[in-house]
Design a protein. Structure first.
Ligand code: BES
Ligand code: MN
Ligand code: ZN
Length: 493
């Protein structure tokens, strides 16, 4: 989508679709200007009562002059700023409505949309993000897709001259986050036969070829074996696809400043291995690389924004398959750290690839490491599909992430850790087992990872419930790209 910011009178807009906010009891400036130009027609329409004034509702009027359509956005009863939850509904509803408009462009009077304690920049950014999200299509495998033929291609954001810079800043940010998020969605949506570890490695290399500030290094299985990454390699052992450890190095901050490492779980397909999963909905395990996809999305966004930060985007990519060469339950492997692991369940493979990558991350002397993983079904039970699980060995880092999640409207919730939980991983035969029993599965998975993340502040985002949606709208969500970009922005303030 193309966005432009313009400062001129709302009632003079020659546009196919003019979007203005309205309250039940009063008309904000833009709506009032239109009402007086139309000699009260707008008030008359509102009095007819077809528009419910709860945010998320809207009413399209299919005539006007000089505009062709007028879309009235409900913002509540009284002339008071909306809550963030109300605004989120409004933004998503608006984006959905715009999708059904058969015209090339639209104009939104952003000025009158207000949210308690949030700036015009923040509001614009989220409107733009909502539009980028709604207009996304994944149709590359559909022969009859009429991609891009119809619909809105350009949106003009109307703002007062005094707010134009803030609205422009919000637009730039919203586009970078929205596009980064859509890149993550596309990688997630790609099927396992196409998006395998080598495919992800090629994507990372091609990103580095396009941007001089990015350098990509890729370790193959032979190189990982030399480093002693037997835990990671035990996961790809049963697959015809070789594993890859991908490092995208973005050095755009102070020279010598410690980097932040983002590490994504990149299981390009998770059958469970010998501890095989039931077949129902197993197709959704192509999404088991959505953590990796979010790292790609964030790298794209920070390149776009030219953020002055040092960030290493790491991806531990492997495919988890059963075969005569696959790991068996009971196998014991020695991780790169030297710690031994009894693999009691080959379906708890995410932690097995991540632990070696966490050890490898020490080489970057990171300021902090954040891993992003579709790690446990237990997280879906605990938090559902709305909230990402957050676990950390450092409360300051956890708080920073929770604040970022809040600003980005990309929710997260912290879960506890501790020795009592870590003891659930005790093994009779090795330093630890790779599963912690039937209770607190999200926490014991994090406790496993924490054993490999002792050298730096570390946080873990379990996105098993938030990375994709099932059902009719099945597809990757691109979460938590907004949270992570926001985290980097907040750190950089
Ligand atoms: N990728 C799955 C987790 C998952 C399951 C994410 C369902 C989203 C939906 C992970 O590799 C896995 O299989 N975890 C096991 C761990 C268990 C064996 C301890 C799980 O959650 O069942
Ligand atoms: Mn698994
Ligand atoms: Zn998995």
């Amino acid at each position: 989508m193309e966005f432009v910011v313009k400062s001129s009178a709302v009632e003079k807009q020659k546009t196919a679709c003019l979007v203005v906010g309205v309250y039940k009891k009063t008309l904000p400036a833009s709506a009032a200007a239109i009402d007086s130009l139309t000699e009260g027609q707008l008030s008359t329409v509102l009095r007819q009562g077809d528009l419910e004034f709860k945010p998320g509702h809207s009413l399209m009027l299919h005539s006007g002059n000089p505009w062709e359509r007028l879309l009235l956005l409900a913002m509540g009863d009284n002339d008071t700023p909306m809550s963030e939850a109300e605004f989120k509904k409004l933004a998503n509803d608006l984006a959905g409505k715009l999708k059904s408009v058969n015209a090339r462009e639209a104009t939104i009077a952003v000025e009158d949309i207000t949210v308690a304690d949030r700036s015009p920049e923040w509001i614009t950014r989220h409107l733009v993000e909502a539009v980028e999200y709604a207009f996304y299509q994944f149709s590359q495998f559909k022969n009859d897709a009429a991609e891009g033929a119809k619909g809105i291609k350009k949106i003009t954001l109307l703002a007062d001259r005094k707010n134009a810079d803030a609205v422009k800043a919000g637009m730039t940010l919203g586009q970078a986050i929205g596009i980064g998020r859509n890149i993550a969605r596309t990688l997630g949506n790609l099927p396992g036969n196409i998006c395998h570890p080598t495919y992800l490695a090629e994507e990372a290399k091609s990103l580095a070829r396009q941007h001089t500030k990015l350098a990509t290094k890729v370790l193959n299985e032979k190189q990982m074996a030399e480093l002693g990454m037997s835990s990671l390699l035990s996961v790809s052992a049963g697959s015809g696809q070789e594993a890859r450890l991908i490092c995208m190095e973005f050095k755009n901050g102070k020279r010598g400043a410690k980097p932040l490492v983002l590490l994504g779980k990149g299981i390009t397909f998770d059958t469970g291995g010998i501890s095989i999963k039931p077949s129902a909905n197993m197709d959704e395990m192509k999404f088991d690389m959505c953590g990796a996809a979010s790292v790609f999305g964030v790298m794209n966004a920070i390149i776009q924004l030219d953020l002055p930060v040092n960030v290493i985007g790491m991806v531990a990519a492997a495919e988890n398959m059963p075969s005569g060469r696959a790991s068996r339950p009971g196998d014991i492997v020695t991780s790169m750290s030297g710690k031994t692991i009894e693999i009691l369940n080959t379906d708890a493979e995410g932690r097995l690839v991540l632990c070696d990558a966490l050890t490898y991350a020490e080489r970057y002397k990171p300021e902090a490491v954040i891993d992003i993983a579709t790690l446990t079904g237990a997280c879906v039970v605990a938090l559902g599909h709305h909230t990402t699980g957050l676990l950390s060995n450092n409360d300051d880092l956890a708080t920073e992430l929770l604040n970022a999640a809040n600003d980005a409207m990309d929710r997260a919730w912290q879960l506890p850790m501790g020795d009592e939980y870590t003891r659930q991983l005790d093994s009779n035969f090795a330093d630890m087992a790779n599963i912690g029993g039937p209770t607190a599965g999200t926490i014991t998975a994090a406790c496993f990872l924490a054993k490999f993340a002792e050298a730096y502040p570390w946080a873990h985002l379990d996105i098993a419930g938030t990375a994709w949606v099932s059902g009719k709208e099945k597809g990757a969500t691109g979460r938590p790209v907004p949270m992570l970009v926001q985290f980097l922005l907040n750190r950089n303030k």
